[in-house]
Design a protein around this ligand. Structure first.
Ligand SMILES: C[S@@+](CC[C@H](N)C(=O)[O-])C[C@H]1O[C@@H](n2cnc3c(N)ncnc32)[C@H](O)[C@@H]1O
Length: 134
């Protein structure tokens, strides 16, 4: 049973820092798989749920920046964070945009607000996504 974390938000499972950092080892393969996978459900879903225009968006666990680019097409500023330095390196190298700020950080330690839209999710066949906007 999921425990309420705070403010009524339920967290089904929080992975350990070591588990999260395992993305360092697979970052390049993960990004390449995203290039090859034509069945990705995330992009059309995201296009449908995003507001047409907004000011500030946050992506938690941005990986190599695939969804951050979509957010950047609708929002004035996108902050995209990931625990994996390798993922952030790929995002900066492959999906840099003037209005995206990529940063290596732990989402569990963030204490920032003021976003119009927050996204956290994974693409591919086994994905999940959470989205909130005010
Ligand atoms: C399945 S990938 C999804 C990446 C991207 N959102 C996508 O759809 O391509 C999950 C990402 O969450 C990151 N992650 C896991 N735990 C994290 C944490 N505590 N703080 C920040 N990022 C985290 C991992 O490093 C990994 O890049």
């Amino acid at each position: 049973m999921a425990a309420p974390a705070r403010d009524g938000v339920y967290v089904a499972r929080v992975i350990s820092r070591a588990e999260a950092q395992s993305f360092d080892r697979v970052a390049a393969d993960y990004d390449r798989l995203g290039d090859l996978d034509r069945r990705d459900w995330m992009e059309p879903w995201l296009a449908a749920v995003l507001p047409d225009r907004g000011q500030r968006a946050l992506e938690l666990g941005c990986g190599s920046g695939r969804q951050a680019v979509t957010l950047a097409s609708r929002f004035g500023q996108v902050d995209a964070i990931d625990l994996s330095g390798a993922m952030i390196g790929l995002a900066r190298a492959r999906r840099s945009r003037p209005n995206i700020s990529y940063r290596q950080a732990d989402l569990l330690e963030l204490d920032e607000g003021g976003y119009d839209f927050i996204l956290s999710g994974g693409g591919g066949d086994m994905g999940c996504a959470a989205v909130t906007h005010g």
